[in-house]
Design a protein around this ligand. Structure first.
Ligand SMILES: Nc1ncnc2c1ncn2[C@@H]1O[C@H](COP(=O)(O)OP(=O)(O)OP(=O)(O)O)[C@@H](O)[C@H]1O
Ligand SMILES: [Mg+2]
Length: 344
């Protein structure tokens, strides 16, 4: 019996999953699950599972089911999605759950580069997770909506979403994606650059969690920041690669800007390629409107300034860039009857 109806907007990201219900964020957790080694039984999802990933207890292992924005491990993704949906809807267990199962309508964001197979795995896992009515929306379209752009207008807008696994670049006009590119160069690669740099230049071995802390604290794409925006150096404590003695180093934002420079340049080149393919009228709109940055990577210091100088078009960072896709997906959820770009 479908006793009542619930509606969810989901951004199932490589790094984080964000869920909106009734215009509010009700879930914002890392996309990860923990399983029992012996039985493969689900032990934890999201934040708790990430804690296990960092502390590696012997009887558990963790999986990040999404890679490059799409489902990489089907079973794990289904377990994660089911768990998150249960958490978000407050579903009951056992008999109560069977009797009062909510009719679930879901809109879920998918990367611009999704293949029919990717879409099918999303559809199947969402349906196994309890979705009765499922729509999919391309993430760049969702970010544009989340940023507040009227996507149905005949007006070209460019969005660059730098997430964990993918950077999505798209030109949107008249409710469609006119030009786009989705590359597997994003936050994860930047984190790897930092790990490699610490190893090569400071002889210090660090894990991904520490590398992310460094990125958040002193991440910059410019070697010179305005004095009032300069972060204090980050004191890293790790292990000397040679002696295995405890080792410390003070890491400055200048060092980070240099070690992630190549990766940032790859994103810049891709933006330019998409602009080269953009039809002239839409290009003029973009020059007038500026280019919008979203996703966690857009929080790197100096990114709008660096891209503006490189491309000669003004870049703006979206307000609350980590939530742009989920917010837009939530807006799409309210208009499932009239947005032609929603897919079933
Ligand atoms: N303040 C920050 N500075 C730099 N990077 C950040 C910051 N906050 C988050 N990130 C990075 O942003 C990435 C996560 O961003 P986001 O949540 O937009 O990705 P996602 O949607 O999960 O991934 P994808 O869109 O690729 O599927 C991570 O790599 C994280 O390290
Ligand atoms: Mg994303």
């Amino acid at each position: 019996m479908a006793f009542f109806r619930q509606e969810l907007a989901i951004d199932l990201g490589t790094a984080n999953t964000v869920i909106f219900k009734d215009d509010n964020i009700i879930l914002d957790e890392p996309s990860i699950i923990a399983l029992e080694t012996k039985t493969d039984k689900l032990v934890a999802i999201g934040t708790t599972a990430q804690y296990y990933e960092e502390h590696t207890p012997p009887r558990l292992y963790t999986i990040r089911p999404m890679m490059n924005g799409v489902i990489a491990d089907y079973d794990a993704a289904e377990k994660m999605l089911t768990g998150f949906i249960k958490k978000a809807t407050g579903q009951q267990k056992g008999l109560l759950r069977r009797l009062f199962k909510p009719a679930l309508k879901i809109v879920i964001g998918i990367p611009g580069g999704s293949t029919p197979v990717d879409m099918r795995s999303i559809r199947d896992s969402a349906s196994h997770a309890g979705a009765h009515d499922l729509f999919m929306i391309y993430e760049p379209m969702a970010s544009a909506m989340g940023i507040g752009i009227d996507v149905m207008e005949p007006n070209g807008n460019m969005i660059v979403d730098i997430g964990g696994g993918t950077t999505e670049i798209a030109v949107i006009s008249l409710g469609g994606i006119v030009e786009s590119s989705s590359i597997h160069v994003a936050g994860n690669e930047i984190t790897t650059d930092i790990i490699d740099y610490l190893g090569q230049q400071h002889n210090i071995s660090i894990g991904r969690t520490t590398a992310e802390q460094i990125k958040f604290s002193v991440g910059s794409v410019l070697p010179e920041l305005p004095t009032d925006e300069e972060p204090e150096p980050y004191m890293v404590e790790g292990k000397n690669l040679v002696t295995a003695h405890p080792a410390t180093a003070a890491i400055s934002y200048k060092e980070i800007s240099s070690c992630i420079d190549k990766t940032i340049s790859k994103i810049e080149s891709e933006i330019i390629k998409v602009l080269q393919r953009t039809p002239p009228e839409l290009y003029s709109n973009i020059v007038r409107n500026g280019i919008w940055l979203a996703g966690g990577g857009s929080l790197l210091r100096g990114i709008a300034q660096r891209f503006t100088e490189k491309v000669n078009i003004e870049f703006h960072v979206a307000e609350d860039p980590l939530k742009a896709v989920a917010r837009g997906t939530c807006l799409a959820l309210k208009g499932t009857d009239h947005y032609p770009f929603l897919m079933r």
